[in-house]
Design a protein around this ligand. Sequence first.
Ligand SMILES: [Zn+2]
Length: 351
Amino acid sequence: MTISISGHEFQREILRRAAAEDFVSHAYLFSGPDGIGKRLVALEFAGILNCKSDGKLPSGCGCGSCRKVEKGIHPDVAIVEFAGVKNIKVDQVREEIEEKLYLKPFEGRFKVVIVDEAEKLNNSAQNAFLKTLEEPPPASIIILVTSRPRVLLPTIRSRCQPLTFSALPERYIAEVLAEKGGLSPEEAGLYARVSSGSLGAALKLDAETMEWRRELLSALGGMSAGSASDIISLAEELSESASGEPGRLDLAFRFISLWLRDLALLKIGSGEISNVDMKSDLIALAESLDIPSLMERQRQLEKTWYDIVRANANAKLSLENLFIKLARRPRSGAGISQNPGGYAANIGDRT
Ligand SMILES: [Zn+2]
């Protein structure tokens, strides 16, 4: 843990009190944007629950148990993560989650299993997991961590105590980035803005990724020459990286979502946009779009994410479809709709 937990005081206090007053739920659902420290708070809670001193201190009390939790070697605290996996299946739930839960605590008071990116559990895996949530093994606590709680079945959600986490202030993220060095204050500010309050996301950005964002958004906005062929190759490139590097797909969706939000903000006269470096292009583009069509685009974006990540739809076709919809202009103006026939022919040639 190189970065200590900052913020989330309210949520941490709730958990501290639950532990101190012995009023702990057997299952929690931690939700909120990616990369804001939900998992660290879950670990802190696991530490407090198994602390050998008074258990009221935040992490790092210094007892043997807390030190083990911090190092990730406590035998009763497990983080289950499925990096690089799109869909968590029933077998994996049994092997990775339930087998850990049904063991008696070795040395602590509680067996704590933290399931990161719980939205990756597919429906049958969630259904299998439901039984465990209904009849949890004694002295066990499950913490589901997710940025997309609505993807989880209502029956799962209703059996967990919810705890919602908010994004971190941009100012704080910019400060952390500036301290790390290598960025001008303007760059640190821009990185913080396009990370939507996620420190984890901000720390992963670099100049190359930011340039890729500009290319992607410019092509979707019809602001670059040859946008039609650009968006097809971008869709192709993204679908290829999606299989090996799922983080890339999430990042693209996050950038596009923010871009649509920026356009909507400009429509209502707010200048508080995220992509400040593209402001003049965005202002011009906002002219040709209206709020309902921006909302429809946001809906299409969510749907495509679901189709690809959860329903296993063909990523290339889904992304091409999405990008074409995003680049279409309802009114006359700059954009791909000026040449719909040519564009359709282009798609037709490829199938
Ligand atoms: Zn301790």
